[in-house]
Structure formats: C-alpha cells, structure tokens
Design a protein around this ligand. Structure first.
Ligand SMILES: Cc1cc2nc3c(=O)[nH]c(=O)nc-3n(C[C@H](O)[C@H](O)[C@H](O)COP(=O)(O)OP(=O)(O)OC[C@H]3O[C@@H](n4cnc5c(N)ncnc54)[C@H](O)[C@@H]3O)c2cc1C
Length: 294
C-alpha cells in the first residue's frame, strides 16, 4: 500500500511538522499528513513518497472557548462522542454525529481533522459543524488563518487547506436573543447507522419569545460534491412560526438545493427524497427541543 514510501516523520510540534512537510515537498514527490489513517490507508495511494504523522502533536483536546468550544485536530471521534461538555452543547449534535462514524475501532483512530481534511461529501462531522457556524484554523508556512467551514470545502476530497495543517475547529455559540430558545438535531441515513451516510443532515433553530423562528441553519451531507448549507431553506423559516407547513416547505426547498449523484449506495432520486425526509425530521426535532411547539 505504501510500498513507495521513502520517509515517515513523527514530529511533536506543529512548527516542526510544517517544516518537515515543506522540506520534503521541495525535495520532490507527493506526500501527506496522516492522523488516524482510517481514510488515508484505505485510499492506498501508491504515489505517496513521504508521510508526516500528526498523532504526537499537542492537538488532542476539547476546550471551552467563550460560550463555544475549541477542538484540536487530532482529537479522535471517540473523544468527541464521549465528551461530557459537547454532549450538552447544542443538543449534543457534534458528539452524536461523531458517535455514528464507523465502528468503535474506527472512532478510536479517526480524528476530527482527518474527517474534515479528507473532505468526503458524506463525512459525518460536517453537517453539525456547518449548522454551528464552525470555523477551522489552518497553520501554514506563513502563519495561521481562520476559514469558516462553509468556505472550507471545494469539491470531493478538495479543501482550502492548500497544503496547510488543520490545527483546530472552533464552535461558536448560536445568537439566542433574550427569551429565545435554541434546538438542534443531527440525522443520518445509512445502511446501518454506523455506515457511511447515504444522506446526513443537521439543523439548528432559535425561536423567540413570540414563537417565531429568529435564526435557522440547515446543513446537508452526501447530496452534493461538498457538504453544504441549504440557505434558501433556512431563509424560508426566519420570521415564521415553526409549524408543520413551515417545516415541510423548508424540507422541500432543501431537497431542491441538493445536487445528489447516483452511486453504489443510492440513486440521486432516492438521496433527494431522503434529504427532504431527514430535513423535516431534523426541524421537527429542533422544534421539540426548543420546547416551543406552535
Ligand atoms: C470502515 C470505515 C468506516 C467509516 N465510517 C465513517 C462514517 O460513518 N462517517 C464518517 O464521517 N467517516 C467514516 N469513515 C472515514 C474516517 O474514519 C473518518 O473520516 C476519520 O475521521 C478520518 O480521520 P483520520 O484521522 O483517520 O484521517 P487520515 O486517514 O489520517 O487522513 C485523512 C486525510 O486528511 C488529511 N489530514 C488528516 N489530518 C489532517 C490535518 N490535521 N490537517 C491537514 N490534513 C489532514 C490526510 O493527509 C488525509 O488526506 C470510515 C472509515 C472506515 C475505514
């Protein structure tokens, strides 16, 4: 699988990882960072000549940051799944999504950074993180930059990392007005719940004291070349009571915003229909979690 590999580095600082990666890149040949290896090893890319292992970097943490959280890139999916603080944040959707990513063995190895950097359209962390307006911090030879997650993905397995190292994911707290309440939901459809998603989705709503929706996020996975926000569906909800008609209209609009393909897991038509169903379920669960049924 890596039979053409020339060098395997295992640095213990971000600066050294970047320097080694750059030095090897200049020496020629293709290389990659590796964390848990659960995507990279499976891909079996025989053109790789060097690998820089990230697992000794001090990037395995979940920390409170203001009213939100900061998650280091090498934090495993299992650590997210079981983190008490994240299980209580935004109805626990980030922890819940992490807990559906493959088997326990995969979640013990697979990392947050790897899940996003691999940029599979079906990756399970993207919808809840998009719904939370998350950003990623990218370190490169010229310093660090913050990229909103909704601008991070460029296509299947393509991102705006541009050779940089994803070091941290920052989760913002939603703008809940005085007297308002937030509710969140993550939904996934796979052959089994722990399989790669046929469709996944996340939603978040804030309902004001008057019962109207003041803020909405709907994020979709596995229905386009990148995970995406269904912005037109979100816009349909703001200013309206979150009743059955509003939910159905937004779910229908989200399905129209999807651009699914047919592959071994599902047809494009099935994906679009399941997108509608999952968004309706997600919004219904969000509404229930706000405790404000119209
Ligand atoms: C059997 C199986 C089942 C799976 N099921 C699911 C599932 O249900 N849901 C799901 O979402 N995923 C699933 N996956 C995919 C995978 O486990 C996850 O995407 C995992 O989070 C990847 O993390 P990793 O650390 O193993 O990444 P790696 O394989 O180490 O890396 C993946 C890619 O990201 C790059 N990379 C890694 N870390 C960084 C970083 N910090 N900065 C820059 N680039 C980086 C690597 O160069 C590589 O290109 C499954 C995989 C397998 C093998």
């Amino acid at each position: 699988m890596f039979d053409q590999l020339r060098v395997f580095h295992r640095p213990s600082s971000v600066a050294t990882a970047l320097r080694l990666f750059e030095t090897e890149r200049r020496a020629g040949g293709r290389g990659k960072f590796v964390a848990g290896g659960t995507d990279l090893v499976v891909q079996g890319d025989r053109s790789l000549r060097y690998v820089v292992d990230l697992t000794r970097l001090p990037l395995s943490y979940v920390k409170r940051r203001g009213r939100g959280w900061a998650v280091g890139a090498t934090t495993t999916m299992a650590d997210l799944e079981h983190h008490a603080g994240l299980r209580g944040f935004a109805s626990g959707i980030v922890a819940e999504a992490a807990g559906t990513a493959g088997s326990p063995q995969i979640r013990n190895m697979g990392t947050v950074g790897g899940n996003l950097a691999n940029a599979s359209p079906a990756c399970d962390l993207a919808p809840p993180l998009l719904a939370l307006d998350a950003s990623v911090v990218v370190a490169g030879p010229r310093g660090r930059r913050t990229v909103p997650l909704d601008r991070f993905f460029r296509g299947v397995n393509r991102t705006r990392l541009d050779g940089g190292l994803l070091v941290e994911v920052v989760l913002a707290a939603p703008p809940v007005p005085r007297g308002g309440r937030a509710g969140w939901s993550f939904q996934k459809l796979g052959r089994l719940q722990s399989d790669i998603a046929v469709v996944n989705a996340a939603a978040g709503v804030v309902v004001g004291a008057d019962g109207r929706c003041t803020w909405a996020r709907i994020a979709l996975g596995a229905v386009a070349p990148t995970p995406l926000r269904a912005r037109r569906a979100e816009a349909l909800l703001v200013g309206r009571a979150l009743d059955a008609a509003a939910i159905e209209a937004a779910a229908q609009r989200a399905a129209e915003e999807a651009r699914p393909v047919t592959d071994v897991r599902a047809t494009a038509d099935y994906r679009r229909e399941m997108c509608r169903v999952l968004v309706a379920r997600a919004l219904g669960e969000c509404r229930a979690r706000t405790g404000r049924n119209p």
